[in-house]
Design a protein around this ligand. Sequence first.
Ligand code: ZN
Length: 195
Amino acid sequence: MKLKKNQTIVYQDIEALKATEEESSSDLNLFVENFDLILRHADHIKNTPSLFFSSFKCAFISVAFLGHHQAGIGHLLTLWENEILLGTCKLCKNTLFIFSAGGSPLSGRNSCQGICVACRKVQKTKWLSFKPIMLALTFLKSKKNKRKILRTRGQYFTWEHGLTGKPVPDKLLDKGVQPATFEELIKEIQKRECD
Ligand SMILES: [Zn+2]
């Protein structure tokens, strides 16, 4: 598509659905209860955009100066497969799958939360190095859910004529992905399990 001189393409991030405190704690419970199921259906989730970007409030990467980014379940599954965002369970020494991490790259201080693949206990931990969090952040930012908008500048100001022309409404070129709620994601993979 050829743009006119007064047109630009704008990308807007589509954030996962906002949840109330109550919904977000029930989403975390859903995640813990269905953790096996999520791992079993990893390929289906990663290959279905509405499921890929489905998320819950406690799934995020938050870095001082670089912002708070919600992590889709697809993001987390991909990171875990690449052995990024994995830790060790304090209780049984099995693998801890980290689903939220935050801190400051300057001080290196960080705190993470994850679920143990064996004993299923959710626990807080931290890394000695900030690198895994930066790798996760880079991946999240490279695969963001965005809507694409054509913006046309219809009005111009000149000293001679003042403001001329008419504003042109934005045109939606790509509406991005509407993420499934976390509850919808669980229902869908539960259904696949029965099929
Ligand atoms: Zn454990």
